[in-house]
Design a protein around this ligand. Structure first.
Ligand SMILES: [Zn+2]
Length: 293
């Protein structure tokens, strides 16, 4: 749920770079010959991005690497453009691969940054928004390659819904309101020990499809449990501060401190940290309770 600026290099350039890395000369010349056909397929991705209807793009069968996908290019050959042409490359294609991964700036756009990007390999993974196992023609389409943490990447797996209402959010192509409006919420137990729960709160003016999509995104990325886990140490340090340094603050002043984090526009609006602080500030009980008693 963090919007990303689309990659700056063209699909055509990345295709050329990846083809150059293919060692099999016969395959290389077939790929070059099929470039116009592949560009037509890329144009269909762009068209479906305009209407957020990726779910109606044709899917390849699971397995069946010999199935012909574009002209006589097979599924396995198109996937090898990513594995051999891009990931294993030491040239320009690999540079673009690294550039795509680094664009997340340590915050996975699907979960808004739950820590795993930094904790795991430093720069995380590259997710195929439309999985290459089902959409091999998009295996190296830049707009389909999303820097993501391993948990979100694994969570989405190789499935993609056929129902447009269940499509995950697309960090490059989706509408701005998904990334700029609040659609996560917090429930505070209002008893000791304080327990918080994260949920989805769909804005009233959204249509049903958008509401269904954020609900599904929340589920796919397992945000309920991951946000709760991630927020535990912030919650306990807020309570510790309220017992000590902030004990003398009025409820209003304490709430103002919580809101300064909730409104920090450098953090994703629907990320765990802003949602936590917003929810705590909204609880009158939490702001008034004497934790030091
Ligand atoms: Zn993530």
């Amino acid at each position: 749920m963090k919007q990303l600026v689309a990659p700056s290099f063209s699909a055509s350039d990345l295709f050329d770079d990846c083809v150059e890395e293919i060692s099999n000369a016969a395959l290389r010349s077939r790929l070059v010959a099929h470039k116009p056909g592949i560009e037509d397929v890329y144009a269909s991705y762009d068209a479906h991005s305009q209407t957020q209807t990726w779910s109606s793009l044709p899917k390849a069968r699971r397995g069946h690497g010999d199935d012909k996908i574009v002209g006589n290019l097979t599924k396995a050959e198109l996937v090898s453009l990513y594995n051999k042409g891009m990931v294993s490359s030491k040239g320009a294609a690999r540079k673009k691969y690294d550039q795509l991964k680094l664009a997340a700036l340590d915050e996975c756009p699907y979960c808004g940054g739950c820590g795993e990007l930094i904790a795991s390999e430093g720069i995380g993974t590259l997710d195929h928004f439309l999985p290459k196992a089902r959409y091999p023609a998009f295996s190296i389409l830049p707009i389909n390659l999303i820097p993501a943490c391993a948990t979100c990447n694994t969570g989405m797996g190789s499935k993609f819904p056929t129902d447009p209402n269940l499509q995950p959010l697309h960090p490059y192509c989706d509408a701005a309101h998904f990334f700029e409006e609040k659609w996560t919420s917090l429930v505070v137990s209002e008893e000791i020990p304080v327990v918080v729960g994260f949920d989805v709160a769909i804005p009233d003016h959204w249509d049903a499809k958008d509401g269904a999509r954020v609900l599904q995104h929340f589920k796919d990325c397992k945000l309920r449990s991951r946000y709760r886990k991630q927020s535990a140490s912030d919650l306990s340090s807020v309570i510790d501060q309220r017992k000590t340094a902030f004990r003398g603050l009025s409820p209003e002043a304490f709430r103002a401190g919580l809101l300064s984090v909730a409104w920090n526009t450098k953090l994703p609006i629907n990320g765990w940290k802003r949602t936590l602080h917003q929810g705590l500030a909204a609880s009158d009980w939490f702001c008034r309770f004497d934790f030091a008693q």
